[in-house]
Design a protein. Structure first.
Length: 228
């Protein structure tokens, strides 16, 4: 089957800007206490319910968030569409496994993961494919597994044709929390938390509201959602 065109454009775009992107966002969590608190809560919940079971960060970029989750005690690995990003993550965090991969087709058995984190990566998935991506997350999660999504809030799509001195074709689909919640419910998840952070100074990305949603795949006896 032919690869969707948006995947090729996203891969090529991040391959081109990997070095500049990594330098700009290397310390992205240092000045983001609310983001760190959400990641810490996610890590505590997953570790409490699933011990040392694996967590996968999809769209792991230069590895900053995966490294933070590792620091919080999770058994984490990352995948990214961009080989250049994967190379940077491996060099920066050699004790964590990073591989090239696509979030809509995870190379893991069913019910294998305790958690999935998509930290500003679902924003690159066009609307027609988002439901399928979330169903793939659910397939990969064990019962009572958790997913954490971060995204820029809005109704528009930001299209960039140049960044860090490179010509690219990257789309950033801003999302509404209500729509993300509806997609999660449709994929068979229970939403456990949602938060919207007000715009801040800093990068262009943080000058728009940021959304966060955490959800859970129902466990045995819960009586919710479609069968695993």
């Amino acid at each position: 089957m032919a690869e969707p065109g948006d995947l090729g454009a996203t891969r090529a775009g991040y391959d081109a800007i990997a070095e500049g992107y990594a330098k700009l966002f290397r310390a992205e969590l240092a000045d983001a206490p609310l983001d760190r608190a959400l990641l810490a809560a996610f890590a505590e919940i997953v570790h409490r319910e699933h011990g040392d079971a694996e967590v996968l960060e999809v769209g792991s970029g230069p590895g900053t968030v995966a490294a933070h989750l590792d620091h919080l005690g999770l058994a984490v690995r990352g995948i990214d569409l961009s080989p250049a990003m994967v190379g940077l993550a491996r060099r920066a965090h050699p004790t964590i496994t990073f591989e090239v991969g696509e979030m809509g087709d995870l190379d893991v058995p069913g019910a294998a993961l305790a958690g999935v984190v998509a930290w500003y990566s679902l924003i690159h998935v066009p609307q027609p494919r988002r439901a399928a991506v979330l169903r793939e997350f659910r397939r990969a999660l064990r019962p009572s597994g958790h997913v954490l999504l971060a995204f820029q809030v809005g109704d528009d799509t930001l299209h960039l044709e140049q960044a860090f001195g490179h010509e690219i074709a990257l789309d950033f689909h801003r999302l509404r929390a209500d729509d993300v919640v509806a997609l999660l419910h449709g994929a068979g998840f229970e939403v456990t938390a949602r938060l919207e952070k007000a715009p801040e100074g800093g990068t262009a990305a943080t000058r728009v509201p940021q959304g966060f949603v955490m959800a859970r795949k129902p466990g045995p006896g819960d009586g919710h959602g479609p069968p695993a």
